[in-house]
Design a protein around this ligand. Sequence first.
Ligand code: TXA
Ligand code: MG
Length: 326
Amino acid sequence: MEIISNCTQDVIKMAARALKDGHLVAFPTETVYGLGADATNEKAVSRIYSVKGRPTDHPLIVHISSANKLDKWAVDIPEFAVKLAKKFWPGPMTLILKKSDLAKDFITGNQNTVGLRVPDQFITLAILREFEKLDGLGIAAPSANRFGAVSPTTANAVVEELGNFLNYKDLILDGGKSAIGVESSIIDCTNDYPIVLRPGAVTTEMVEKITGLKIPLDFKKSKIRTSGLLESHYSPNAKVVISKTAEPGEGFIALANIPTPPGVIRLGSPKNVEEYARIFYEALRMGDQKGLKKIKVVQPDGDGLAMAIRDRLGKSAAVKDLSDRG
Ligand code: TXA
Ligand code: MG
C-alpha cells in the first residue's frame, strides 16, 4: 500500500488506472475519506467488504463525476431528485434512487435502489473524470474505516484504520483534512417526497426549499436499510457519553465557550458548529490515542449540521451502552 501526498496529474492517472485494474484507492472527499473500488467489478468491491470487515448486505454509495451520469445508474428518477442533484452536486449529498441494471446486487446489498453522489473534492473529481476516460462508470466507496468505527477525516486516520488490511497495490491519497467532517446527507428519493435517512450538511430545510416539498417528520416510514442507521456506529474504543460534566482523567469535547472541568483532558474546543463537525471524529481518535476510557461530549444545539453531529454522537454513545449490557 502506498500513501501519496502530492497528488499530481500523474498520480491521478495512476489512481484511475489502479481502480480500473481492480485495486482499492482510498481518497479524500469533503465529507470523510472513502475507500474506492470500480463499482462494476465484483471482485474489487468484495475486497472493500473484507478490508472494512463490513457485512455484505450493506449497500455502497456509487460516486460519479456529475449529475449527467445519474441515468446510467438509476431509472425512474423523480423531478425533485433532479432538482436536488442540480443544486447540491458536487456536494455532501447522496441520493437513493431506483437502480438501473448496471447497479448489481454486490453494490446495492440486494435492494432495488442505488445510492449516488458527486463528491466536492478536486482530487477525487479528477480521478472520477480520469476513470471515465478509461471507460469506468462509477467508483463505489464507503467511509474508509473498519465497520462500526469512526470515519476518517485525514489520510493518517485511513492508515490507522485500514493500513493492516490493504495490500501493496492499493493506494491512499492524502488530500488534507476533509472540509466538512461528517458523512453526506442521505436522501431517499423513492417515494413521492424526499426522506432524509442520514442528516448531513445538506439539511432538511435546504431539501424542502429546493424541492418545494414537505418532508414528513416520520423518517422511519422508509423501509430502507442503511448501516449508518444502525443504532451503534461511529465508535472509538473509549466509551462516549453525552454529558455536560466530566470527571478528572476523562476526555471532553464541547464548544469553545464551555470551560474545561478541573483535571479533564480537553480533546476539542470548536468555535462553532461547522468547526465542531470538522474536528469531531479526530477528537474521538485523539481520545483513543491517549488511551482514555471515557469521553464526555456536550452536544451542540440547533438545526442543520448540529443535527448531523447529534445523530453521529448518539450512535457513538450507543455502542458502548450495548457492550455495558454485555
Ligand atoms: O459522505 C459519505 O457519504 C462518504 C463518502 C466517502 O462519500 N461515504 C459513506 O459511505 O459514508 P458509507 O458506506 O460509510 O455510508 C453510506 C451509507 C451506508 O449506511 C449505506 O447503508 C447507505 O449509505 N446506502 C448506500 N446505498 C444505499 C441504498 N441503495 N439504500 C439505502 N442506503 C444505502
Ligand atoms: Mg461509514
